[in-house]
Design a protein around this ligand. Structure first.
Ligand code: GTP
Length: 243
């Protein structure tokens, strides 16, 4: 995998247009190194999704600068920037069509082998081949009914098919049991080792083994460090651990 995918947030603040009151992100400074896994945790509404949505420029920062591999993202071609980033959203969006068509979405050049590899990493391959029609199984109104966890695994597989430099998982493992989640993270470590991963999570166990964990509170970063460091130094983190 090609190296790359460093992200720098420098004094980034952000307010949604027309929204009154305080900005939702205040003076964010954060560096994610190429290949690093960065966990992002914090209470609901603390700004986690807003933070990651600035990277592919779904929104632009109100002030400050975001750089990818040292270049201000406003100076990059938006299509090329988005091509390097895969986001798995909180709510999985699958369309009526076969599983294979759904996994192809975003990378029509992927081979069947690449699709199966991605599905294997996302712990989806075995349930897919368990259907009589395998990858040709239809989803949607006239198709099979998938569980929430199965949908999330397809959504993760779809992101991996795109071979991103930056992978953003926005609270997309909530319907998975811890064992499945752990297996996915293990295979990401091995097969996507050069990919910078930002993982937003509600559960501490989802981010505990990240290279670093970012703790957000009310639009601000109140702690950055490993699990052990934050247990020693970050009150908000300790509270999240205890809740
Ligand atoms: P959870 O997803 O609930 O865990 O929250 P989060 O930490 O990801 O926070 P998020 O970034 O979604 O929201 C931060 C703040 O921005 C909250 O006060 C939201 O109400 C607000 N917000 C989020 N999306 C929008 C939007 O599209 N428009 C406006 N005006 N406000 C938004």
């Amino acid at each position: 995998h090609r190296p790359g995918g460093r992200i720098d947030f420098a004094n980034v603040s952000f307010a949604y247009e027309g929204a009154a009151g305080e900005p939702v992100l205040k003076q964010i400074n954060l560096t994610c190194l190429p290949g690093e896994t960065v966990g992002i945790i914090g209470s609901t509404g603390s700004g986690k999704s807003s933070l990651v949505s600035l990277v592919p420029r779904f929104y632009d920062a109100s002030s400050g600068e975001i750089r990818v591999d040292g270049v201000n993202i406003r100076q990059l071609d938006p299509a090329k920037l988005r091509d390097r980033i895969a986001i798995v959203p909180q709510n999985t969006i699958l369309f009526s069509g076969t599983i294979e068509e759904n996994l192809h979405w975003g990378n029509e050049h992927a081979t069947r082998e690449e699709i199966e590899q991605a599905a294997t990493m996302a712990q989806a391959h075995s349930f897919i081949v368990g259907f009589p029609e395998g990858y040709g199984t239809r989803l949607g109104q006239k198709g099979v009914n998938l569980s929430g966890g199965q949908k999330q695994r397809l959504s993760i597989a779809r992101a991996l098919v795109r071979k991103p430099d930056i992978l953003i998982l926005d609270d997309c493992t909530s319907a998975l049991d811890t064992a499945t989640e752990t297996e996915i993270k293990k295979s990401l470590k091995v097969f996507a080792s050069g990919v910078t991963c930002l993982i937003i999570a509600q559960r501490i166990t989802s981010v505990m083994d990240a290279d670093k964990i970012v703790v957000m509170d009310d639009g601000e970063i109140v702690g950055i460090g490993t699990h052990e460091m934050l247990l020693e130094s970050c009150k908000v983190y300790v509270e999240i651990c205890q809740s």
